[in-house]
Structure formats: structure tokens, C-alpha cells
Design a protein around this ligand. Sequence first.
Ligand code: AMP
Length: 422
Amino acid sequence: MAAKITSIKGMRDLFGAQLRSWRRMESVFSTLCLRRGYSEIRTPYLEATELFVRVLGEHTAVVGKEMYSFVDKKGLPLSLRPEGTASIVRAYIEAGLPYDSPHARFFYMGPMFRYEQPQKGRQRQFHQFGVELFGLASPAADVEVIALAHNFWRELGLTENISLLLNSVGCGDCRPAYIKALQAALQAVRDRLCADCKERILTNPLRVFDCKKPNCQAEFEHLPKIIDHNCDACRSHFGEVKRGLEALSIRYRLDPLLVRGLDYYTRTAFEWRAEGLGSQDALAGGGRYDRLVAELGGPQTPAIGFALGCERLLIALETAGSSAPASSASIDILPLDPESQFLALKLQAELLGATSYTVTVNVSGASLKTQLKQASKNAAQFVVIIGETERRSGEAMVKTMATGEQKSVAIQDLTRFFPLLG
Ligand code: AMP
């Protein structure tokens, strides 16, 4: 036998019950977004590497270690997208939308790629749903985006198992002074930090807060907090965001250590954690990024968004006991000779038109016994048996699989018979 080829580490196939849950998540999310005026955007999976270097920052783990980057046949440095925001901002600017429709709402769903060590809830190809809202600087825009995610959890029956963490990471006016204060404080405890954190003091000091090592975490408590260095405008913005969330009865917890690793966030930053995810408990995260459109060559345009991880959402749903939706009611037509196969395919089209059942035709040419076995493996609710005898008499045999009950039904009446069952 030829050697088998397996999938790439950290990249998984999706099918069966998992994919049914997945499609339910997609359908709930897209309906929820569309009904709130968000339109879908699909951008290419490959982008110029420079896009991610500029957006995420050279000294982030994503750009430094985790991107799938290569040079194409013309020598262009390209990368598989590790996240969605950079591409969407690029597309928004490229289409001239900041000038045409300064208030734009987008949602997206699709695969992202990061070369990380796979573990529960962490894949190399993973999938995100997200939204981006452009052109609105008001605190109410932050509340709108957070409320959208909150409603998504609610529609999936998850609110009890999820907590929202909130922080304000300041802006271009107040952050530089904070970074200086942070760097000075980090230098003072440098010897007690891990090698990664030591390196970050100069390259990307905010990222130290992402370190999970207990020794480093113990130091963080005493470091200056960004929230205490917010300027008046940031403080007032954050106060309004909190007031808005309270008005909508959305519970949150302030987390002064939540900075979200990426350089582009300004002001509001948030993250949802979910039960059952173990060490990878960040289910979704996002924030305001008021400088990014301008940094990528567009006009100054405020923006805010979030992204959630589908693999982690699936685990959270399983933990919360929300099972995959059952596959839809189905009919298997079992033809017993070639002539009946054609009649069965004709009937399939008629039944699909007249009912909402899933209808399949077994064109294997196998014996009735084998076809019945296959139908029960497919979890068919009904089978319709058509052989030469049935064709002659004009009556097919309909069997209810759960009870074993059989009934003769005129072939021409089948489209009326099944809707009656219901
Ligand atoms: P981030 O852009 O890192 O904030 O990611 C947003 C969300 O995507 C996270 O909260 C996770 O749910 C999900 N996510 C990020 N990286 C991975 C990964 N390697 N595997 C699975 N999900 C991920």
C-alpha cells in the first residue's frame, strides 16, 4: 500500500458534528452582524509581509516568530495572514472607503495562520470571526462593538461561562510618558525577570504583561499601570464606555494588566475569557485602534474591533453543554437496479423541491441489505425502496427506520406524503 500523507501539524480537518456546530456559529454570527448593519468582507489569505510588520510591530511574537512567510517566484516577501485587522484596514484604505463612507461596519470569518506550539485551543491554522467599525470615535461605538459580542455569546447560550475584562491603554498623548515610566520600573527589577521580558524592556515593554511565568507575574503587581497614566481625554472616554456597558447590563471586570500584545491599540482594550479552555482561556479580544488607518497611509480615522477564536468557542460550547445541532431530517432513496437509479434521481429532485428533508440516492448498485445498512449508518429517518417490482406497480416501499414500519406509497404521491409526516 502506498504511504499515507497526513495533515500538517497544528492544522485540522473539520467534518461531522464539529462542522455542524461550526456552521451554526457562522450562521448565528453572520445574521447577528448583518442585522446590525455590518457587511461581510473577505480579504486574501496572503498579503505583503510588510503589512503585518507595520501593523503588528517588528518586535511582537506574531511577526518575529509566528508568521508563515516566504518569497514568491518574483521575489516578493509574502505572509499568510496571522490575523484579520491588518488586511481589512489595508482593503478599506485601498478601496478609498475612508473618503466615500467614513462610517463603515465590517465583519469577517476565516482562517488565520500562526506558527505556534499546538495545544488544546491553539492551532497553527485557526479560525476567527471578527468585526471592525471605522470612523466613529465616540465611547458608544466601543459599547456597540462589545455589545455585539455579548449578544453573540447570549444567542449561543454562553453568557454564564464567559467574563469580560476591560482596560484603557491610553493614546499617543499619554502613552509615551507611561512607557518611559514602565521602562524605568522594569530596569529596576530587571534581574528578577525572564530572558524574554528582559529583552522586551527596550523593544516592546508593554508586552511584558503577556508573560505567564509566575516570577515575572509577581513583579507586575508593583509596576506602574497604564490606566493610572491615562490623560484626561482617555479617562473621560473610558468612563463613558463603562457607563454605557452598565446601561446595557453588560458585566465587566477591570484588569489593569490587560494591554493586548499588539502595538496598534489605543484607549479601550478588552478580552473575553471562557471556562474550560485551560491555559488558552482568551476566547476573544479587541480594542480601539485610532491611529492605524493613518499609519497605513489613509486619513486619520478612528476604529474599533474584536476577533474571536472559533476553535476555542467550540470548546467553550462543549464545556457549557451546548451540543451540536442534529443533522436535518433525511430520506435515503434505495434503487435496486439501474433503471430505478434514474427514477430515484428524478424523485430526489422532486422531493428536494417539495420538502425540507435532506434527500440522498444510493447509487452504489449494492444489494438491498447493504443499502439498508448504509442508510442506518447515515442516520436516515426514512428510506424509499424502488426496484423493478415497485416501478411496475407504481408503488414504492417507504420504511421508517426508527420503528421498522413499512408502507406502500404511490410513487407519484411521495412529494405529498413526506410533508405530511412533517
Ligand atoms: P489575538 O489576535 O491573538 O488577540 O487572537 C484573538 C483570538 O483568536 C483569541 O482570543 C483566540 O480565541 C484566537 N486565537 C489566537 N491565536 C490562536 C491559535 N493559535 N489557535 C487558536 N485560536 C487562536
